[in-house]
Structure formats: structure tokens, C-alpha cells
Write a protein that binds this ligand. Structure first.
Ligand SMILES: [Zn+2]
Ligand SMILES: [Zn+2]
Ligand SMILES: [Zn+2]
Ligand SMILES: [Zn+2]
Ligand SMILES: [Zn+2]
Length: 576
């Protein structure tokens, strides 16, 4: 029986634990145990993914002006999706001879710098219509700046949506919804704004963990209620007058409501984690899973760990985004793959290692942009026997050099640190990024300084149609932004005021409100009759009686957070 081992992270020098089950997994996929801690590994993977920093450039094959996640100063050519997926070019023409005795990553870097990259992960013009400005995106209609989403219509400025319609500034909508504004982890709901961790809502405003409710405003933990304000029942007329009194169609009114709501729900306990119908799991926003640890925004996950954003995952560790996959490790988007190790955007692959953007392939090592290929190293074709012999030698040498078993270094990533999602989760200053030998993107911060409209009307009904022709300036970061036509239509239809902040700041807020991708060990803050800070008085007696609960749990609420965090049992006792 192998025992848990405490190791020191070779990157940040903090301690981390490798559990007995983890050793079993590493053995199964024949990789040495990691030398970096889970956070440093996640940060390194995240440097390989740019969700929403887009650049206008030209396609290096057809010459058209396109939108891309790659700025025009990147070393490799960039092709628009139509060109990249076509047979007008062959990634094997960029092949390199591998030298097993030389460090592997510089050899891979040379290939990464020469093979054409796919401008954006978006099927616009193929299976999607009018969704050009979206990334990691499929099967949509009329969407703008929607990331990591599919089967969506008329959505804008959102992340992780499945089946949503007419939704703006929202994240983690996995089972549909429509007319949602600023909703996070909300399912099967309609005409709601500022809704969090809720399901089955209709016409609800500023609600947290409410289920099957309609016409509720500024409430938390309600089940099957109607005409509730601040968790109290009102008549229909009273309720309507209260909502009206907030003037939510104005910026000042909606900001006042938001602040009041945030203060109001702070007096109530929160559940330590959003885990539904799952056994032996930890993480947040986890549904229908078994033995899934440190998993976030994941559905149907089994025997997996350190996963963010996934659906139908078996025996996989350390992945960022993915679906229908098995035995994958340290990979980004290894969708429909088996045995993808240390890969980025490799789909429908079988036993592919250290590769980027390879599709429908098997037995590849260090390849970039290959489609339907087999037995290749650095894009060069070998016979099965040659491939097996060279990969065995190469892996042995890589192990000796401490290269094998680690994800591709951040220094190989095509993205500057502040273009990547690492900057959202692990923000660094330019100086810190340079100190680490990574690159920093300057060009997208240069859209400041213009302002056509110094004052946007407070009330959405007083905003004139020509606002879509104007350049606005974000009052938080000064960056310029615009309101697009569909967006204005949404605000008017849903009586939402025009935002005073740019979408970069709004995205940052969404990521922040969704919570960190990290767990802390904490103890239930129920002290018997009240919460331990005295702010909340329990409404029923709990199984632990008048003594403090003391149940331990893992939660994404950091210990210094102001929220009252209860264990699942105490929370369920309070929420009827
Ligand atoms: Zn570390
Ligand atoms: Zn093209
Ligand atoms: Zn801003
Ligand atoms: Zn408790
Ligand atoms: Zn309790």
C-alpha cells in the first residue's frame, strides 16, 4: 500500500500532498508524479489559453481580415477557421528531425513557431450564424463575446453557457435559460437579473440560492415562493410597489439594489460548496459526479481530480475544459480523447503526448496542427516500429532531464501572460511577468482616452438609439468600449440600464463572483443557535444541538471571506 506523500513544489516552494489514489493514477498513465503543486500546475496550463482577448489581423493564407486570439506579432502564421480546416495546407511540411539528446522543449518551440495556428475556436459560418466574436464556441446564433459555450442564441458577454437564449453578462448556465442578466450558476430560469446559484426562477431580481420561485426580489434561500422581498412575503400590489420604488431601469437604482442585496445576503449563511447529486466529491459547481476531487464547473465526472469546466470525464487529472474523455492528464480541451497527456486543444485523439491542435490522430509526440495522423514526432512521419523505438528513447531522456511528466512550460505558450486566463485566476503585474521570463501584451490596453458621451442617461428609456455609434469610457479602468445593437435591444427589452463599465471589467467581475478555483479546509461557522460571528440567528435546532457544529469541509470561500459558511447539514436545516 502506497502512502500519501508531502512534497515541496519546485516552483513556489510550498508543500503539497500526493494521495495514494494519485500515485495509482500516475502509474496507470506511466508518468512520474508531479513536481509542481496543483495551483502552480493550473496556472501553467492557464497560460496556454486565451479566452477573450481578441485581435484583428489578417489570415496568412487567404489574406482576409479576421478576428483572432493571436495578435499579429506572433511568430507563427495564423489561419482563419475555414483555411485552417481546409486541405490547402499540410502541417507535415513543417516537420523537424528530433534529437533525443537535446532538450525537448526548445525543439517543440521551433515547431510551434512555424506551424500555422487556428485563429479562433469558433464554427461561425459553419454550424454557427453571426457569432464571429466568440471563442471555444459552437452551435450558436447571433452571439457576441460568448466564451466556452454552445447551443446558445442571442447571448452576449458571457462564459460557460449551454442552451441559453437572450442572456447577457452571465456565467455557468448549464441547463438553459432565457432573458438572464448577470446570472451565475442559474438553470432553467427566465427573465431574471442578478441571480446566483438558483434554478427554476421566473421574474426574479437579485436572488441567491432560490429555487422554483417567481416574482421574488432581494432574497436568499427561498423555495417555491412568490412576491417575496428580503425574504418576507408581500401581497402582489405591495411587491410591485417595492420593485417600482427601486427604479431598476436606472443605473443609480440598479446599483443601489446591488449594494443593498450584497449586504443583505451577507447576513445569511452560504452552503460550503455547490455540489449536487454527487458522491465523495469536492470542488464547486459539480453535478452528477463520483470520486471527483477539486473539480469546478463539471458535470458527470468520475475518478478525476483538478479539473475545471468539463462534461462526461473519466479517470482524468489536471485538465482545463474538456468532455467525453478518459485517462487524460495535464491537458487543455482534450475533448473526445483517450490518453491525451500534456496537450492543448487536441480533439478526438488517442495516446497523443506534448502536442498542440492535433485532431483525430493517434500516437503522436510533440506534434502541432496535424489532422488524422499516426506515428509522428515533431510532425515527421515514422513507421510504427520507428515511432515506438524513438519515443521510448526520447521519453527516457526526457525523464533524465526532468522534462517528462510536466506540462509544456509557460514560456512556450503562444500567449502573453496577460492575454491568457492565468491573468484572471492568478493576476501578476508586468514586472512579475517579465521577472519570470514570460511576455506581456501591451497593445490591447491602448484603447483608452476617447469619450464621445460624457454622461449616459441614467434611465435606459432615455438612452437614444445612436449610443451604438458612440465610444464610451469605462469608469473603472478608463478603457474604451461600445454598446452593440443587440445589446441595446436586450437592455431596452429587459429594462436594464446601460453598463458604465467595459466588458473586460464585467468579465473580471463574473470570474470573481464565480469564486476561485481553489479549496480551503474550513470548519462550519454554525455555533449552535447563531452563526459564529453572531450575524445570523438559526431558525431551527440542528443535529449538533446548542454546541458548535465543528464539521470540517473543503470550500472555495477563503478563510478571510466575509460570508458565513455552513456545512451542508446545517445549511439544509436552515433552508426549507
Ligand atoms: Zn507551487
Ligand atoms: Zn483564411
Ligand atoms: Zn473597464
Ligand atoms: Zn455545520
Ligand atoms: Zn448547525
Amino acid at each position: 500500500m502506497i502512502e500519501a506523500q508531502t512534497k515541496v513544489c519546485q516552483n513556489c516552494k510550498s508543500e503539497f500532498v500526493i494521495e495514494p489514489d494519485d500515485f495509482g493514477f500516475y502509474k496507470k498513465i506511466k508518468v512520474p508524479p508531479p513536481t509542481w503543486c496543483p495551483d502552480c500546475r493550473q496556472q501553467r496550463r492557464m497560460t496556454w489559453r486565451n479566452d477573450y482577448n481578441f485581435f484583428i489581423r489578417k489570415c496568412d493564407l487567404c489574406g482576409q481580415r479576421i478576428l483572432s486570439v493571436y495578435s499579429s506579432d506572433k511568430p507563427m502564421p495564423v489561419y482563419c477557421p475555414k483555411c485552417w480546416w481546409s486541405d490547402k495546407w499540410d502541417a507535415k511540411e513543417f516537420k523537424k528531425d528530433v534529437d533525443v539528446n537535446k532538450p525537448f522543449f526548445p525543439q517543440l518551440k521551433t515547431l510551434l513557431n512555424s506551424v500555422p495556428a487556428l485563429a479562433i475556436l469558433n464554427d461561425d459560418g459553419i454550424a454557427s450564424v453571426n457569432c464571429q466574436y466568440s471563442n471555444y464556441f459552437a452551435l450558436g446564433k447571433n452571439c457576441y463575446m460568448v466564451i466556452n459555450s454552445w447551443k446558445v442564441e442571442e447571448c452576449m458577454y458571457s462564459v460557460c453557457l449551454v442552451g441559453a437564449k437572450n442572456t447577457v453578462d452571465s456565467a455557468v448556465i448549464l441547463a438553459g435559460g432565457e432573458h438572464l442578466y448577470h446570472a451565475i450558476n442559474v438553470d432553467a430560469s427566465s427573465r431574471c437579473r442578478y441571480a446566483f446559484n438558483s434554478a427554476g426562477l421566473l421574474d426574479c431580481l437579485y436572488c441567491y440560492d432560490c429555487r422554483n420561485c417567481s416574482d421574488c426580489f432581494m432574497s436568499i434561500g427561498l423555495r417555491g415562493r412568490k412576491y417575496y422581498f428580503k425574504n418576507k412575503q408581500y401581497s402582489k400590489e405591495e411587491y410591485e410597489n417595492i420593485v417600482k420604488s427601486y427604479s431598476l431601469q436606472t443605473w443609480t437604482g440598479s446599483e443601489r439594489a446591488r449594494k443593498e442585496f450584497e449586504e443583505f445576503i451577507l447576513q445569511y449563511p452560504r452552503k460550503c460548496a455547490n455540489i449536487i447529486n454527487s458522491v465523495n466529491c469536492s470542488g464547486d459547481y459539480l453535478v452528477n459526479s463520483k470520486n471527483a476531487k477539486h473539480c469546478y464547473i463539471t458535470v458527470r465526472v468520475e475518478n478525476s481530480k483538478y479539473f475545471e469546466r468539463g462534461d462526461t470525464i473519466r479517470d482524468s487529472y489536471d485538465c482545463l475544459s474538456g468532455g467525453e474523455q478518459e485517462l487524460c492528464y495535464e491537458s487543455i480541451n482534450p475533448d473526445n480523447s483517450y490518453g491525451a497527456l500534456f496537450t492543448s486543444y487536441c480533439h478526438k485523439d488517442n495516446e497523443v503526448l506534448y502536442s498542440d491542435s492535433c485532431q483525430s490522430s493517434e500516437h503522436l509526440l510533440g506534434c502541432v496542427g496535424l489532422k488524422s495522423s499516426k506515428y509522428c514526432i515533431l510532425n515527421k512521419q515514422y513507421t510504427k516500429e520507428e515511432y515506438e523505438k524513438i519515443t521510448a528513447q526520447l521519453i527516457e531522456k526526457m525523464k533524465e532531464r526532468g522534462e517528462y511528466g510536466e506540462f509544456m512550460p509557460a514560456s512556450l505558450s503562444p500567449f502573453c501572460y496577460n492575454e491568457s486566463v492565468a491573468q484572471d485566476e492568478y493576476p501578476l503585474t508586468k514586472e512579475m511577468v517579465m521577472f519570470r521570463g514570460l511576455s506581456w501584451q501591451e497593445s490591447f490596453t491602448k484603447t483608452e482616452g476617447r469619450e464621445d458621451v460624457s454622461e449616459i442617461p441614467d434611465d435606459i428609456n432615455e438612452v437614444s438609439a445612436d449610443i451604438i455609434d458612440k465610444t464610451l469610457a469605462c469608469f473603472v479602468c478608463k478603457r474604451n468600449y461600445r454598446i452593440i445593437e443587440g445589446e441595446l435591444r436586450f437592455y431596452r427589452q429587459n429594462q436594464v440600464p446601460v453598463p458604465r463599465v467595459c466588458f473586460f471589467c464585467r468579465f473580471a467581475k463574473l470570474y470573481k463572483e464565480r469564486g476561485p478555483v481553489h479549496l480551503w479546509n474550513r470548519v462550519c461557522q454554525c455555533s449552535g443557535q447563531t452563526s459564529s460571528n453572531g450575524a445570523y440567528e438559526n431558525t431551527t435546532s440542528h443535529a449538533h444541538g446548542e454546541n458548535p457544529c465543528l464539521a470540517g469541509f473543503e470550500t472555495s470561500y477563503a478563510p478571510d471571506r466575509p460570508e458565513i459558511v455552513y456545512c451542508e447539514a446545517c445549511y439544509n436545516s436552515e433552508i426549507v
